[in-house]
Ligand binder design. Structure first.
Ligand code: HPA
Length: 268
């Protein structure tokens, strides 16, 4: 608790007591979201008790800004489990945002499609997840002031927010598909056999993030929305070999419509 207070004191001082209503987590290649936004930028490395982000394609910065007159906190770069952070470390920022007053979390990620029913560049509205990471961010002593020991997960990706997202997508002429996201720990991509197994389990898209964040947000009773940008076909779905550079490129070229969709949802 002292740790949280130290972080909160620092952020409240540097942002003049800014109270974010929305938190947005930008996935691989989606930093264009911030291109026309102005506000207070803070490096993760300057925030007491924040881990620091290092992975290629991620900035490691928080932006406090207004979108359509709503107070927002934008995470440019996230903390991945595969970088070696514990899940508890990787999800620490969400406890901070909740304490700052945030009620809604919008998560984005880059993901591989497990079947050809999806196309590269598609935006997938995540309706549920399969946690294949072999860990859970809520393991350990529970702080009852933050949330309950055994949180229900039946509305982890808020049904009411998903309805709003679908309406906004329709207005923007975006073909928004709904699907199930499966997370592995990474950092190696999946084998063909794993992708076949995951598809049979019900996964539409596969990635290495989002699940710890969504579990903690749900625990904190923050309403959560999450989107995958399909940057590639997962191993074996097409003949291509996977590489991180291509994932980044697709994020850059296809990410703009997802950014516009999120801004529209916030303005609703
Ligand atoms: N698998 C796992 N994570 C990913 C992928 C993938 O195919 N593409 C982008 N992130």
């Amino acid at each position: 608790m002292e740790k949280l207070e130290e972080t909160l004191n620092y952020l409240s001082k540097t942002t003049n007591n800014f109270k974010p209503e929305f938190v947005v987590v930008l996935g691989t290649g989606l930093s264009v979201f911030c291109d026309e936004l102005d506000g207070i930028k803070i490096k993760y490395s300057d925030i007491p008790n924040f881990p620091s982000s290092s992975v290629l394609g991620h900035k490691g910065e928080l932006l406090f800004c207004k979108i359509a007159n709503k107070n927002c906190a934008i995470m440019q770069g996230r903390f991945h489990y595969y970088e070696g952070y514990t899940m508890q470390q990787a999800t620490y920022p969400f406890k901070v945002f909740k304490k700052m007053g945030a009620e809604t979390l919008i998560i984005t990620n880059a993901a591989g499609a497990s079947h050809k029913g999806l196309n590269i560049g598609d935006i997938i509205l995540i309706k549920d997840h399969i946690n294949f990471m072999g860990d859970n961010p809520l393991i350990g002593k529970n702080d009852e002031t933050l949330g309950e020991r055994f949180p229900d997960m039946s509305d982890c990706y808020s049904k009411s927010l998903r309805q709003i997202a679908k309406k906004c997508a329709l207005e923007l002429n975006i073909d928004l598909k709904e699907g199930v996201y499966l997370a592995t720990s990474g950092p190696s991509y999946e084998t063909k056999a794993e992708v076949n197994a995951f598809r049979m389990l019900g996964a539409d898209v596969i990635g290495m993030s989002t699940v710890p964040e969504a579990i903690v947000a749900n625990y904190l009773k923050m309403k959560t929305l999450a989107f995958s940008l399909v940057t590639n076909y997962a191993t074996g779905v097409s003949d291509n070999k996977l590489n991180h550079k291509e994932v980044l490129e697709t994020g850059k070229t296809q990410g703009l419509k997802l950014c516009n969709l999120i801004k529209k949802i916030i303005s609703c």
